[in-house]
Ligand binder design. Structure first.
Ligand code: SF4
Ligand code: SF4
Length: 333
């Protein structure tokens, strides 16, 4: 027998109210049919239909804002940031689990899709290869109407700009879903603050080198662990090997394994300095206005991007993702 006869009627507003009562700062509902039909990576689709045959009709996207106190610390590799962000992620996962259990009391089986897990079948033996999470949650958030993608494909929201962490809950609840915003929130290359501040200089024109970014976004992640163990195992000098065991590298990896800080959290300097979001002016601008990482070379690159756009030449990175970036409203102004 199907689960349908046991289901209570429920509305999108009731789901959103429940998620907010549990502690979510943002909540939206995306129609999985739209994501299944428009996979952001058509060559390697990561879509709800691949996760559950029965309970993936929509994606409830939950957002938890990152705390402003640590955002105001300008150093990208600051352990307090890693740790506070890891706590945000844990809180978000707990909110997701509570929402799943609540939906199930109403008769709708549901499951959490976390922001950090990747599909082990996609791992090809190269720790430096960028592995994408099981669902493109930023794109799901756009489909739910929560925001649009920015110059480096980070999610921008009207409330918190990119300073928000996401989780997804899959279910098949017959409720009204959101729709993407028509006009993008990003201010384009004339702003370009994300690119100017990026410590790895990995941001392109509506693009990002994700593998290079991973070295910063997850500084003590799997690539660090494998490099470290390879160096340790191949060191011929026993004394040097002992010192390596006692090194800061070991300490960083141990702390990351203990809490995930530095492995599932890390650099978010592009989030911090983005002026989009009601929180920026109120809570952040005084501490983050200056960008010491900027260089004349980065400025010249941004200028060339802005000039190309003014001539109507949008790059491939924009064309491929324009459904989620939206119309470049800044060009109209
Ligand atoms: S997370 Fe850090 S390295 Fe990656 S794009 Fe943002 S600022 Fe650059
Ligand atoms: S910092 Fe500026 S260019 Fe970068 S995503 Fe934010 S608004 Fe767009």
């Amino acid at each position: 027998m199907s689960v349908t006869p046991f289901q209570e009627p429920i509305t999108a507003d009731e789901i959103k109210d429940k998620a907010r009562a549990l502690g979510a700062d943002l909540v939206g509902i995306a129609d999985s049919a739209q994501i299944n039909a428009n996979p952001p990576d058509p060559d390697e689709p990561r879509i709800p239909a691949n996760i559950s045959d029965h309970d993936a009709g929509n994606v409830i996207v939950l957002g938890k804002r990152l705390s402003s106190g640590v955002t105001r610390i300008p150093r990208w590799n600051e352990r307090h940031k890693y740790y506070n962000d890891e706590l945000t992620m844990t809180t978000l996962e707990e909110i997701g689990l509570e929402l799943v259990l609540w939906l199930e009391t109403k008769g709708y089986p549901a499951l959490i899709v976390p922001p950090t897990h990747v599909d082990p079948w996609r791992y090809r033996g190269d720790p430096d290869e960028h592995l994408k999470p099981l669902l493109p949650l930023e794109h799901c958030a756009v489909e739910a109407g929560l925001g649009t993608l920015g110059l480096n494909h980070q999610l921008l929201t009207p409330e918190y700009g990119p300073r928000v962490m996401l989780a997804g809950v899959l279910s098949t609840v017959p409720v009204e879903c959101g729709a993407p915003m028509e006009t993008g929130l990003c201010l384009g290359p004339e702003c370009g603050r994300c690119l100017s501040a990026c410590p790895g200089d990995v941001i392109g024109h509506w693009d990002r080198d994700w593998s290079a970014c991973d070295k910063y976004r997850a500084p003590h992640g799997f690539h660090h662990l494998t490099d470290y163990l390879t160096n340790l195992m191949t060191e011929p000098d026993a004394n040097k090997q002992k010192m390596m065991l006692r090194s800061e590298d070991s300490f960083d990896l141990w702390q990351s394994i203990l809490r995930g800080a530095g492995a599932v959290t890390g650099c978010r300097r592009c989030n911090d300095v983005c002026p989009v979001g009601a929180d920026y002016e109120k809570m952040l601008k005084d501490a983050l206005d200056a960008i010491p990482e900027d260089t004349p070379e980065k400025e010249a690159r941004l200028k060339a991007m802005a000039e190309a756009e003014a001539r109507g030449a949008m790059p491939d990175g924009y064309e491929r993702q324009k459904r989620w970036i939206g119309k470049p409203g800044y060009l109209e102004k």
